[in-house]
Design a protein around this ligand. Structure first.
Ligand code: PEP
Ligand code: MN
Length: 345
């Protein structure tokens, strides 16, 4: 990672950096921060000769080579002061709450529109709605592109930013073109490195926040952080970690609740953590405890499947969506826990 004396360098100076690192089979990725740019060296950066030649340039202040496999996501990275905003919320400064259907039902758009108004009323800041769905069985409903318009209609009626999951390049392009405010990478694609890189490239210009779920099979924490590194290294520093439960699991829960990794993520990386209790415990009755536990563990927010009439929903909603009145109480109590935590840090 190259720190320059001035916050930003000229095109000509950037070309000089690129020329040097390319001789060592590396390239430069510019990460644009609000106040200063960071010039990340992508590739094997161990050559001492390369380091010395970079340090020989008059406009270079420092070159940090980290041992870490995720030098941009690392807590010591110069992105440590980077802040991600969603609407009026600045993550890490106040908690964020995302809520809405697991799956938008294209046959019954009114449920989603009504849920959107209700979650806003309950205090949510972001509206979730699954358009394309990763289903374990190929015979289950796979989501529908029609739902994208329902999501956008709900956004225009409520003014809430919206989030949906994408699973491939085509969906990514549609999501970016439609102007989705956040994009989710689901647990099944959490280690799909070519998709992660593609998402980083496609969202880098608009800096669309990416909610990156943890992979299902209890992957190591470093693997989770390194997956986020792919998105950042491809040009988008707005990545949010989302623990969502792992497998194997205790009988009775959908997954093994893993909100407890939040302090570890916070110790190792600067990126915010928004926990998904819905896919973790997988039953509406357990969501309040799982949500408050996540906040107590230091989460910066929650994403919770919520439906005005869960029994009328599709996808996961009939079993794990909570109702907006429960959401309202969870949001209120989560804010209390957020304040309580300040005693300790
Ligand atoms: C979802 O958010 O509805 C979903 C399918 O999430 P996950 O990838 O965590 O299973
Ligand atoms: Mn779901």
């Amino acid at each position: 990672m190259i720190l320059t004396k001035e916050p930003k360098i000229s095109e000509k100076q950037l070309a000089e950096l690129e020329q040097i690192v390319s001789e060592f089979h590396c390239h430069i990725q510019v990460i644009e921060g609000a106040h200063r740019n960071i010039y990340a060296i992508i590739g094997d950066e161990r050559s001492q000769t390369m380091l010395n030649r970079l340090l020989g340039l008059s406009f270079v202040d420092r070159v940090d080579r980290m041992e870490s496999i995720y030098k941009l996501m690392d807590i010591r990275s110069d992105l440590q002061h980077h802040r991600i905003s969603i609407g009026d919320i600045v993550l890490r400064q106040e908690p964020v709450f995302m809520a809405g259907h697991c799956t938008v039902d294209p046959a019954n758009p009114n449920y989603f529109i009504e849920t959107a108004h209700a979650v806003k009323e309950a205090g949510a800041h972001v509206l979730r709605g699954g358009v394309w769905k990763p289903r374990t069985s190929p015979h289950s409903f796979q989501g529908s592109e029609e739902s994208l318009n329902i999501l956008l209609e709900a956004r225009s009626q409520t003014g809430l930013p919206v989030i949906a999951e994408v699973m491939d390049s085509k969906q990514l392009e549609l999501a970016v073109t439609a102007g989705l405010d956040l994009i989710q990478v689901g647990a099944r694609n959490a280690l799909n490195y070519s998709l992660l890189r593609e998402i980083g490239h496609a969202t880098g210009e608009k800096k669309i926040p990416i909610l990156l779920k943890r992979s299902i099979h209890m992957g190591p924490i470093d693997e989770f952080i390194a997956a986020a590194e792919y998105i950042v290294a491809a040009g988008n520093p707005n990545v949010i970690f989302c623990p969502r439960g792992t497998s194997p699991k205790p009988d009775g829960y959908r997954n093994n609740p893993d909100e407890s990794i939040t302090p570890l993520l916070n110790a190792k990386s600067w990126a915010p953590v928004v926990v998904d209790p819905s896919h973790s415990v997988g039953r509406a009755q357990f969501i309040p405890e799982a949500s408050l536990a996540a906040m107590a563990y230091g989460a910066d927010g929650l994403i919770i499947e919520t439906h005005i009439q869960p029994g009328k929903g599709i996808g996961d909603d009939p079993k794990q969506a909570i109702t907006p009145d429960v959401l309202k109480r969870i949001i209120e109590d989560s804010k209390t826990i957020w304040e309580l935590r300040k005693k300790y840090h």
